[in-house]
Design a protein around this ligand. Structure first.
Ligand code: BDR
Ligand code: CA
Length: 304
């Protein structure tokens, strides 16, 4: 099994990524930490608890950063709705987050694990940056980071920037300079592996998990003819099916001010960093395999 922690801002696609990570037998999800992003951190924490409660799992949730390191916080409630995850009636009796902060919980979980941990951030990287600056000793106990965010091409927030990196570019810079192996799961693949209208239509017919995911995905009637991006889910797909994704090693720099703030600049030609690399960047994906896996994964989940 792959031992992971997820740092997340649910968020519709975060909820789907958590669903897969909580239930796939090849993944051992040790901890969920929340961060401000799609909505405020009190809401992302609550949404993470909703998913854990839905599956009756006992994975701890720790609440994290309320705002980015330096930049002012801007949410994405216009995409993810006021609550961040509307459209489905979750049980009322949610558990509580643990008493520790996300950074403390990350440190304790990572240091306590007998095997190295894979960090899977699917929100902005504020908690990760704080963890590395406060407790750099954790780095020796981290296998790698598989992070949703960034883009070699267009952004989805500005022309240059993808949302997670745009939200806290200073944290992204700390993460990319950490010296740890990083897989950048960015828009270059997540905008290719769209959940097709056919997949979306099948989803609620599979089981209650499928209905829950379907209902939160379509809450705003966003039925794009081409399909819907499930950005964060690509991290879990990559962990389980690396053969379906093409990566290229390169150096990633993060722009922290000016009109390109939040841009991830890939040194594709190796010209600026003399061929040195700090990331494996996902550049291509088998979209049909992603769709098939998504539905199979949902079908394999025993119902709560
Ligand atoms: C990222 O932004 C968020 O809105 C999504 O949850 C995903 O993590 C995509 O740019
Ligand atoms: Ca997210």
């Amino acid at each position: 099994t792959i031992k992971i922690v997820m740092d997340t801002d649910p968020g519709i696609d975060d909820a789907a990524a958590l669903t897969m990570a909580l239930n796939d037998p090849q993944i051992d999800l040790k901890l969920i930490t929340s961060v401000a992003g799609n909505v405020t951190v009190d809401k992302t924490t609550k949404n993470a608890l909703k998913i854990v409660r839905f599956f009756n799992k006992d994975v701890p949730v720790a609440a994290g950063a309320q705002q980015p390191l330096i930049k002012e916080f801007e949410d994405a409630a216009r995409i993810h709705g006021e609550s961040g995850m509307p459209g489905y009636d979750f049980p009322e009796d949610l558990g509580k987050p643990v008493a520790k902060t996300a950074v403390e919980a990350l440190r304790d979980t990572i240091l306590a694990s007998d095997e190295k941990i894979t960090l899977v951030p699917t929100g902005s990287y504020t908690n990760i940056a704080l963890l590395f600056s406060e407790y750099p000793e954790v780095k020796d106990h981290i296998d790698r980071i598989v992070a949703m965010g960034g883009s070699l091409g267009m952004g989805n927030m500005t022309s240059a920037a993808e949302f997670n990196v745009f939200t806290d570019p200073d944290a992204a810079k700390v993460m990319y300079q950490s010296g740890l192996p990083i897989t950048m799961v960015g828009l270059d693949i997540t905008m290719k592996a769209l959940l097709t209208p056919e997949s979306l239509q099948k989803l609620p017919t599979i089981n209650e998990t499928g209905r829950m995911l379907h209902d939160i995905i379509i809450h705003d009637g966003d039925n794009s003819a081409q399909g819907i991006a499930m950005h964060d889910v690509n991290t879990i797909f990559y962990l389980l099916h690396p053969e379906a994704i093409t990566t290229r090693p390169m150096w990633i720099d993060v722009i922290t001010d000016g009109p390109a703030i939040g841009e991830t600049v890939g040194d594709i030609r190796g010209a600026y960093h003399n061929g040195k690399t700090n990331a494996d960047v996902c550049v291509d994906i088998d979209a049909a395999a992603f769709n098939k896996w998504f539905l199979d994964e949902v079908a394999s989940i025993s119902q709560p």
